[in-house]
Design a protein around this ligand. Sequence first.
Ligand code: ADP
Ligand code: ADP
Ligand code: ZN
Length: 223
Amino acid sequence: MNIILLGRPGAGKGTQCKAIAERYHIPQISTGDILRASVREKTYLGLKAQEYMDKGALVPDELVVEIVVERLNKADCRNGFIFDGFPRNMGQAEVLHKTLKKMGKKIDHVLYFDVEPKEIVKRLSGRRVCRKCGETYHIIYNMPTNIGICDKCGGDLYQREDDKEETIVARLDVYEEYTAPLIDCYRGKGLLRTINGVGGVDQVKKQIMDILDKDEIGSKVST
Ligand code: ADP
Ligand code: ADP
Ligand code: ZN
């Protein structure tokens, strides 16, 4: 099962991606997480990417594509993968298509998380992330048991630099200009499934599992 999660920043992709990865035993490939780790470790990639990320701009394709191709070649992607935050523009989508074709693979589903910009601002400005394990929380919608501390690993929670209000607006603009055209592109290929991203985390999860469970049963029957 090869899946892409598409939607505005803050639509809930990362939150649901973890649940999908656990349920179907396929790896989550989040380019944002990989880039943030590189920034923390001050690698060459991290040093180059940081200025773009802090502004809310997209990191240049050549940097992102390299990470993705390398990641796809790892053994754990053999039975599937879920992209969260990639592709982010038409150029990346084309490179992905060509890379998968060479590997004898294809995308099976593109799940588009539909959430309006007004809701997005509330979500991103209240988002808190665990410094240690990357788990995501929200100060109102998805609170940790103890304020400021990760339920999973006890790490401390912080607010991402790009989740400050000024940068959120810039990221939403970037999304409309570069990423939103992918919706029609994947609809045209018959791959797009729209998920209503508004509602509780469990309600959103159920819509996704209903789609993917059916697919999994289908593939078992056909083999
Ligand atoms: P994305 O990966 O699409 O940027 P996240 O999964 O990080 O989005 O979610 C953004 C914020 O919204 C986080 O603080 C998260 O806890 C919260 N969130 C996720 N799903 C929901 C939901 N269904 N309802 C309310 N808040 C949510
Ligand atoms: P969110 O889903 O909340 O927007 P991400 O973690 O996916 O956040 O991305 C954070 C930042 O990392 C983006 O604003 C961008 O600078 C960079 N980034 C992540 N994925 C990509 C990508 N596929 N192409 C270019 N830049 C990316
Ligand atoms: Zn943690």
